[in-house]
Ligand binder design. Structure first.
Ligand code: NIG
Ligand code: FE
Length: 411
């Protein structure tokens, strides 16, 4: 298939543009990888159809989904811990006993780079089949310089194998590795003095993340990591206020970080700090659901202070073994009471913002043409119904890379 991008024309679309549903049927022209024109169908200057490929008529078009928080690269699985949790053992107890994140660290360290790639690929394929065109992937199951870099290389390779934009985040400060037991300051020094510089020098990390929690790292330690990341010009984000209020969101905001993620225990002062700094609140309803959490993120406060809300899968083997982004839209609505419009914006325009990529996640003149055409009547259905297989076309960088009709013809 030729990769050069033809002029593509869709007519009579119901468009969700990343922030809102446009009020009337639209005609969309894509050229050279970008949105080249967008008109109400009744006002489309028909001469512009000359030489364009008629790519479709009708249906719901959204920006390609942007999953701004995932731990997609890992080895093994934690089904055994799932059973333990069903019997009443808590996530934190499992972590304190050396399981949880550390059990995935053991499996990930033992896997070769190619094995890690092979285990992660089907998860990425599942995300793509449900509309993802941009994905953030974190490290954090290596916890040595070599193993963290191995994870980041796998993440980058995934982005080269399939038509998806992958952004990488170094999450070396995810858990204390066993060889540093009793010396978390020593491990943080390794993160700051060796792992971050190595990842930055290799060009393998776009951002740095920390897990700020009483079962992980303190705000003081996270601040040291942020300072090291800033010295290397890397963007910042945090797993913040997931299990308790540590003030990590205000810390991210103070360092002009991209996002504070999870935030179930976020308080009003933290919300104000995020609003002032323009830090995005990334909601992870999959983890909330799987851990059967009861403390809701402060959605009303986030709305009141105008903090942008992103929604992501948090795909990981422990708290959110979910590779089904539109399910996460549903969970954001049913569990957190987001409106379908907020949830969809959360996985398009707001998620792009959480990655520092405002050129993505929008359908507007000049935007990158990563697009999804869905077999639904209205955009809200994407959050309302829990149903795979609704993607009719997937456009990546202005090229149709998946089309349901072609797949069906092929079988
Ligand atoms: O986003 N909270 C920390 N990190 C992940 C879970 C990682 C794991 O349990 O493997 C999260 O919930
Ligand atoms: Fe996470």
């Amino acid at each position: 298939m030729s990769m050069s991008a033809p002029r593509l024309l869709w007519r009579d679309l119901c468009i969700f543009d990343g922030l809102a549903v446009l009020p009337e049927p639209m005609t969309l022209l894509v050229e050279a990888g970008r949105v080249a024109g967008l008109w109400p169908t009744r006002a489309f200057p028909e001469a512009l159809a000359q030489g364009a490929v008629e790519a479709g008529r009708g249906g719901v078009m959204t920006p390609g989904l942007v999953d701004c928080h995932s731990h997609l690269v890992y080895a093994g699985n934690r089904a055994g811990e799932f059973e333990q949790r069903l019997e009443g053992v808590s996530y934190a107890d499992i972590a304190r006993a050396g399981g949880g994140i550390l059990s995935t660290v053991r499996a990930t360290r033992a896997a070769s780079e190619d094995e890690l790639l092979a285990q992660s690929l089907p998860r990425l394929q599942a995300l793509l089949a449900d509309g993802v065109t941009t994905l953030e992937i974190k490290s954090g199951y290596g916890l040595t310089t070599a193993d963290e870099l191995k994870m980041l290389r796998v993440a980058r390779r995934l982005g080269e194998l399939l038509p998806v934009r992958v952004t990488t985040t170094l999450l070396a400060a995810h858990a204390l590795p066993p060889e540093f037991a009793g010396d978390s300051d020593g491990y943080i020094a390794l993160v700051c003095d060796e792992i971050i510089p190595a990842a930055a020098a290799a060009g393998l990390a776009d951002a740095v993340d920390v897990f700020c929690e009483n079962i992980a790292f303190s705000p003081v330690q996270c601040e040291l990591v942020f300072q090291a990341a800033q010295r290397h010009g890397l963007a910042l984000k945090a797993h913040a206020e997931q299990l308790s209020n540590q003030g990590a969101s205000a810390l991210v905001a103070r360092y002009h970080g991209l996002s504070a993620d999870h935030i179930e225990f976020l308080d009003e002062a933290g919300v104000q700090a995020m609003a002032a700094a323009g830090t995005v609140a990334t909601l992870l309803p999959g983890a909330f659901h799987c851990l059967r959490e009861t403390q809701l993120p402060p959605i009303a406060l986030l709305r009141r202070y105008g903090v942008p809300m992103a929604v992501a899968s948090d795909a990981n083997p422990g708290t959110s073994p979910i590779c089904f982004p539109t399910l996460c839209l549903n969970l954001a609505c049913t569990l957190f009471r987001l409106t379908p419009r907020e949830a969809l914006a959360g996985m398009t325009a707001q998620a792009a913002r959480a990655l520092g990529r405002p050129d993505l996640g929008r359908i507007e003149l000049g935007a990158t043409a990563d697009l999804c055409l869905w077999d639904v009547q209205q955009p809200a259905e994407l959050a309302y119904a829990i149903q795979p297989g609704r993607l009719r076309q997937r456009v990546f960088a202005g090229v149709i890379r998946f089309s349901k009709e072609e797949t069906q013809d092929a079988c």
